[in-house]
Design a protein around this ligand. Structure first.
Ligand code: ADP
Ligand code: MG
Length: 333
């Protein structure tokens, strides 16, 4: 098999809060890579130079306490990556999705999957992403930013009332997985919502709340895959329900008029290109009752377990999980 000549280093785990998700992604990706006939070496950069001997440790070990970016830096800069043809980035979150890891790999001259340094950094920064969205005609909710050292509560309250009113969404500028995010129903909650977001970032986004449905579109290569809707299991769609139960079902292709679906795919591609993404990503949207679309963000390293959203959208386009992984690799060669 032609793939057997290629040495792939699969990075899993890492030092972000999304370490556990990455292990789940990594396990699925590893199986696909082996089935495809690649030579695969698994590396968890959080371990540094001393990598686990037993394979299960990469995926199942729970209480590893010496996670540090110093380890990650050492691992990437070591002989562990000598002779590697391409790095498959199976990590998620900060220090992997934000361009920092990509920069280290660039300096080493090693090929890697997915978006490059600038696109990764832009996509991780919601404020910068939204500026790019606006510039390229991607519709995004109204917003303004607040910096921690100049946060004046009464001024923020006035600005909210002037620009979009309550409810509004308060979120850290550069976190994922709805960490530190509050849907703020009124003035009373504003102070605590801001404080919560400031725990995670020094810049916070105050955004117009878009009532409606939750949709997402995967981009693979230069193509948008079928639109997926994330829907709470019993049809309720208020945020409380969504965040307290977390129970959702996934409908792909989403049941929406073809015109709306085409528009979402077009907006997703525009958003992808506006921050300069490459290879693959997942673009999140809100959709109102009267079919207005609002782009929330671009995820450059979305979840990649068999059950994740991008593989579901790929399947709806007739692309198997294995094929998806292979395309992501072949895209760099
Ligand atoms: N402006 C908004 N209007 C309505 N819901 C929102 C808005 N912003 C975020 N949300 C809800 O919060 C979730 C997470 O927000 P998002 O901006 O995608 O950040 P994260 O990086 O945490 O995924 C969204 O999937 C959506 O359900
Ligand atoms: Mg999101």
């Amino acid at each position: 098999m032609v793939n057997s000549k290629l040495n792939v280093a699969l990075l899993v785990g890492g030092t972000s809060p999304e370490r556990e998700v990455s292990k789940a992604s990594g396990k699925s990706i590893l199986k696909a890579l082996l089935d495809l006939g690649y030579n695969v070496k698994v590396i968890d950069p959080a371990y540094g130079l001393i990598q686990p001997k037993e394979e299960y440790k990469f995926f199942e070990e729970k209480d590893f306490s010496e996670i540090s970016n110093k380890n990650q830096l050492e691992a990437i800069n070591s002989t562990l990556l000598d002779g590697v043809d391409i790095v498959f980035i199976g990590l998620h979150g900060k220090w992997s999705e934000d361009g920092t890891l990509q920069a280290l790999l660039e300096m080493r001259g090693i090929k890697y999957t997915g978006s490059k340094v600038l696109a990764s950094a832009l996509a991780m920064n919601k404020y910068m992403s939204k500026i790019m969205f606006q510039h390229f005609d991607v519709t995004t909710p109204k917003w303004f930013v607040v910096n921690k050292d100049e946060a004046d509560l009464s001024l923020i309250r006035e600005k909210i009332k002037k620009f979009f009113g309550f409810p509004c969404v308060i979120k850290p500028n550069d976190q994922g997985s709805t960490i530190g995010l509050t849907i703020c129903r009124g003035e009373i909650e504003l102070g605590s919502a801001l404080n919560k977001a400031f725990e995670f970032a020094s810049t916070v986004l105050v955004e117009e709340y878009i009532m409606g449905r939750e949709l997402t579109v995967a981009i693979l290569g230069k193509q948008a895959l079928p639109v997926l809707e994330i829907k709470p299991i019993d049809g309720f769609y208020d945020y409380e329900h969504k965040y307290t139960t977390g129970k959702s079902e996934y409908i792909v292709p989403a049941v929406i008029p073809p015109k709306v679906s085409n528009h979402l795919q077009h907006q997703a591609l525009l958003a992808f290109n506006s921050v300069g993404c490459e290879s693959y990503a997942r673009v999140d949207f809100r959709l109102t009752k009267d079919y207005k679309t609002y782009c929330l963000e671009v995820n450059t390293l979305p979840g990649m377990t068999h059950l994740s959203l991008v593989p579901k959208m790929a399947a709806a386009a007739g692309i198997t999980f294995e094929d998806l992984i292979n395309r992501i690799i072949q895209n760099e060669l």
